[in-house]
Design a protein around this ligand. Structure first.
Ligand code: ZN
Length: 224
């Protein structure tokens, strides 16, 4: 019995150490075979404390897992935004580039046989099927075939600015949908008046005349 008590006492002490709870040291003189044959109180305490330690460890492990998942999600978001030219804090992102890779082709304001008037946007040359993302958060206010613009998606930003994504080969948003910055809009194509696959991006403050999208992107801190 004395060995049982010693073991129980040790368990209590270890558990007490682990939990930081104050536990009275078992009295060694109580362990004579004549007076005490069992130590139910101490055993029950030890079992109870061990259960508390296990529960605390589980809670701690769960918290670590949650923190880890959050870190990974943040890293994932950061990596996605970095792909589209934004390298700051994901919580502060306002705008990104519309494509992960491209070569700038026709710029804003050019005149030529392809355009009825001045070229109202910036062309980003790339491959058919490349993913286009929303340069800023807004609401999808148009998805349609729009003559020379081909398959066009318009996203209207909270300040009323319209962003036009043209010549798409496919669209992955629907009318009225809210899109976040860097959300997929659709894919690059050469629908409408286009000599090859590219994204024609237009930025129209207040839904009026277009401005140079390069200026708008640079004002948003990007380096297109
Ligand atoms: Zn164009």
């Amino acid at each position: 019995m004395s060995s049982l008590l010693r073991r129980t006492g040790l368990t209590v002490a270890v558990v007490a150490l682990a939990t930081g709870l104050a536990v009275a040291t078992p009295r060694a003189d109580a362990a004579t075979p004549d007076t005490v044959v069992r130590a139910p109180g101490h055993e029950a305490d030890a079992v109870e404390l061990a259960a508390q330690v296990r529960e605390r460890q589980h809670r701690l492990a769960s918290l670590y897992r949650q923190a880890d998942a959050r870190d990974r999600a943040l890293l994932g978001r950061k990596a996605v935004l970095a792909q589209y030219g934004y390298h700051g804090d994901p919580d502060d992102v306002v705008a990104v580039l519309p494509l992960a890779s491209y070569s700038l082709s026709a710029g804003f304001g050019l005149t030529g046989p392809l355009w009825e008037a001045e070229h109202g946007g910036q062309d980003f040359g790339t491959y058919v099927g490349d993913q286009i993302v929303a340069v800023a958060a807004g609401v999808v206010t148009e998805v349609s075939y729009a003559g020379p613009y081909g398959l066009r998606t318009i996203v209207t930003l909270p300040d009323g600015t319209e962003v036009w994504y043209c010549h798409q080969t496919a669209v992955s948003v629907w009318l009225g949908e809210s899109v976040d910055v860097a959300d997929p809009i659709g894919t690059v194509g050469s629908t409408g008046n286009a000599t090859g696959p590219h994204l024609h991006l237009e930025v129209r403050p207040g839904g009026g005349s277009p401005i140079d999208p390069m200026d708008w992107l640079r004002a948003a801190g990007l380096d297109p």
